[in-house]
Design a protein around this ligand. Structure first.
Ligand SMILES: Cc1ncc(COP(=O)(O)O)c(C=O)c1O
Length: 313
């Protein structure tokens, strides 16, 4: 089956879904988006979309920041997505990319009085970071955009120039990921991930006021640390050197899953291998996103109806 897109209020083959070269969002970065994982469960022959509602809630928030009218409720957006993935017939892990964007084909930089539109595409996405071996990072020379510049709590396409500058700098210097500091020097996040570190039995992650995207995986891991490991995650500002002396550190993100950080600025984190608490959180998380942990099954939205084993229970 060819991959489909939801574009201009209808489903169509992905290859037919095209935007014009004058599109406002293309020129000015005036779009916001989500990344939602669909995780294939071979035993149940089912594809589970992970925390789709929370992703669409965040998309609504990003739209408010960008003055984009999104004419669908969260439930409707979930329905549209399930139908799209089902139509494309994937039987493997997928990555869903909904985009709400300023669609007017008009020159002139502003947010008001510009028509909007909404689309969804589905692609396959290979492992983004090496979650098994762990990730070698550097602190970026680029600072995270401040809320007074472009609000990082919105998943806004234009912001990703900041991420792309940091990611390329890191990779071209031989690292796998960048850690961005905020304008006042606190650790903010990776180029596409939230960050956590562990000292003894304490898990710490930067707060929303340090210019981070409020990650859905971040929230998931905070709940799992509390409810499965009995450790309350502390949200507080983190200094760069705290990462140098941490026992463990890891990234979280829809694309990156839970990925151990094994090196920061050419200093090993802990003993330079993925840490014990990180591994435990990672294992718990992987079971949950594939719908294997019934306690957290509400977070998993099944795509396939009649044909799947899941629906025959
Ligand atoms: C800049 C940034 N921070 C954090 C995250 C992690 O967010 P989530 O866990 O919702 O995917 C992402 C990925 O979406 C991101 O792009």
């Amino acid at each position: 089956m060819p991959p489909y897109a939801f574009f201009q209020k209808q489903y169509m083959p992905l290859e037919k879904a095209k935007i014009g070269i004058l599109t406002h969002a293309f020129h000015y970065g005036t779009a916001c988006f989500e990344g939602i994982r669909g995780n294939w469960n071979p035993e149940e022959e089912q594809l589970f979309l992970f925390r789709a509602k929370e992703h669409y809630n965040r998309l609504h928030q990003s739209c408010r920041i960008l003055k984009i009218k999104l004419p669908y409720s969260v439930d409707k957006l979930c329905d549209l997505t399930v139908k799209l993935v089902e139509k494309s017939g994937y039987r493997e892990d997928v990555y869903i990319r909904p985009v709400a964007y300023k669609s007017a084909e008009r020159v002139g930089v502003r947010l008001h009085d510009i028509e909007d539109d909404f689309l969804i595409i589905v692609v396959t996405l290979p492992a983004y970071l090496d979650a098994a071996k762990g990730v070698r990072c550097c602190t970026s020379s680029w600072r995270r955009v401040d809320d007074t510049m472009i609000p990082a709590r919105g998943k806004i396409t234009g912001i990703y120039v900041n991420s792309a500058l940091a990611k390329s700098e890191a990779m071209e210097r031989g690292f796998e990921e960048a850690i961005l500091l905020s304008h006042d020097g606190h650790v903010a996040e990776g180029s596409g991930e939230n960050i956590f570190f562990i000292q003894g039995e304490t898990i710490v992650t930067p707060p929303s006021s340090d210019n981070i995207l409020m990650g859905i995986t971040r929230d998931t891991v905070m709940q799992l640390a509390r409810d499965e490991l009995g450790i309350e995650v502390i949200e507080q500002s983190v200094d760069r050197s705290e990462l140098y002396v941490a026992d463990e550190a890891f990234f979280t993100g829809t694309a990156a899953h839970v990925s151990p950080i094994i090196e920061v600025d050419e200093r090993p984190v802990g003993n330079g291998k993925p840490g014990k608490i990180t591994r435990k959180l990672q294992q718990t998380y992987f079971g949950i996103i594939q719908g294997k942990n019934l306690k957290y099954r509400d977070w998993c939205l099944p795509v396939y109806g009649k044909t799947s084993k899941a629906s025959r229970r």
